[in-house]
Design a protein around this ligand. Structure first.
Ligand code: SAH
Length: 238
């Protein structure tokens, strides 16, 4: 069983969306487990204080190192990656998701307010993980995104959809466009839109070639960064 532990000031946010649909079924089936640990339980004063003003001044509050460290100590296990949700972290990606599901699980630390005391990052060697170049109000939504990306890769969770390896990012390209019935659909603008002819041809090789070409085109037009890397590996192969 793949074991996730989330450290948060808002344990009631979990499993949240991961309790539904395929992730929720996998959770009930015991394919993975989720332990939401309330950081406040580790406060040492009678007010349950978990944060304090930043040294050096400035706005906001910082999660106290003593409290957070005590919480981390209860869930940290050898061989289990300790992740800190952080906008300064390395951008999370499909490669890291695959690595994480190959292991026993993950501990995900969620910051709040201005963030956490930097010394905790150092003392526990936390791996800072970002879900994008924007600022969330807390790490919980980021942790849900990271766990969702991992859980759908667990054997048995998604059938073969996630293992097919044709999805966006799996080989460095974005996905091709999808179509389903009806074959001709009239949109709100009154225009009849047929699906691309080749998809109705029943010719598997042609369909595959069309899809491969769409993937290249979409990646080249939308994501110059991915395209450059993909083109680089292709040249490298020769
Ligand atoms: N003062 C910080 C932002 C704090 S946001 C700064 O300017 O960098 C509060 C918490 O939300 C963070 O501690 C982190 O856990 C989480 N968070 C915010 N944006 C995030 C992102 N893009 N990826 C992952 N976690 C994020």
């Amino acid at each position: 069983m793949w074991q996730a532990s989330v450290l948060t000031l808002f344990p009631e946010m979990f499993p949240g969306p991961l309790g539904l649909s395929l992730a929720g079924k996998a959770l009930r089936d015991g394919t993975w487990s989720l332990d939401a640990v309330d950081i406040r339980r580790f406060a040492t004063d009678r007010h349950g204080t978990v944060d304090d003003a930043p040294f050096g001044g400035g706005a906001g509050l910082v999660l106290k190192p003593d409290v957070l460290s005590a919480a981390i100590a209860t869930v940290a296990r050898p061989g289990v990656p300790l992740l800190l949700m952080s906008p300064r972290g390395r951008p999370f990606d499909q490669v890291r998701a695959r690595e994480l599901v190959a292991g026993p699980g993950a501990v995900l630390v969620c910051g709040r307010y201005e963030g956490i005391d930097e010394r905790v990052v150092e003392a526990h060697a936390l791996e800072e993980v970002s879900v994008g170049d924007f600022v969330l109000s807390g790490g919980e939504v980021a942790a849900l995104a990271v766990m969702d990306a991992c859980v759908r890769l667990l054997p048995g969770t998604m059938g073969d959809a996630a293992s097919a390896g044709e999805e966006s990012f799996e080989d460095g390209l974005l996905e091709y466009p999808h179509y389903t019935r009806p074959a001709i659909w009239r949109g709100p603008d009154g225009i009849d839109r047929p699906v691309p002819e080749v998809l109705l041809s029943g010719h598997h090789a042609k369909v595959a070639a069309w899809r491969a070409e769409r993937r290249r085109e979409i990646t080249r037009l939308r994501r110059a960064d991915l395209w450059a890397r993909f083109a680089g590996t292709e040249t490298g192969k020769r």
